[in-house]
Design a protein. Structure first.
Length: 119
């Protein structure tokens, strides 16, 4: 199982970035996909989520209206389009795959990609 994020980097306040996560080794289209972030000295927080079919999305209040999550099940990829970036968006961003049965939780994590918002 692998989740590999890319697209992070240094961007000025007000700028945009698009994060990508490519998945392999599990039935991607059966999993909900989420983006988390963790800033230095802070706990990991949920940023956005999308259901397995891609029809339902959810966002943290702090990013609502600025970030958009999407997925391409044919390519086993999930994306996070980030706009109007702020210094407080600086963090390592992680891709997460999640599904559950009545008995078992299946969850996978990527290694993270650094996003730095600074002038």
């Amino acid at each position: 199982v692998q989740l590999v994020e890319s697209g992070g980097g240094l961007v000025q306040p007000g700028g945009s970035l698009r994060l990508s996560c490519v998945a392999s080794g599990f039935p991607f289209s059966s999993y909900n996909m989420l983006w988390y972030r963790q800033a230095p000295g802070k706990e990991r927080e949920l940023v956005a989520g999308i259901n397995s079919a891609g029809g339902i999305t959810s966002y943290a209040d702090s990013v609502k209206g600025r970030f958009t999550i999407s997925r391409d099940n044919a390519k086993n990829m999930v994306f996070l389009q980030m706009s109007s970036l702020k210094p407080e968006d600086t963090a390592v961003y992680f891709c997460n795959a999640l599904t559950m049965t009545l008995e078992t939780k299946y969850e996978y994590w990527g290694q993270g990609t650094q996003v730095t918002v600074s002038s």
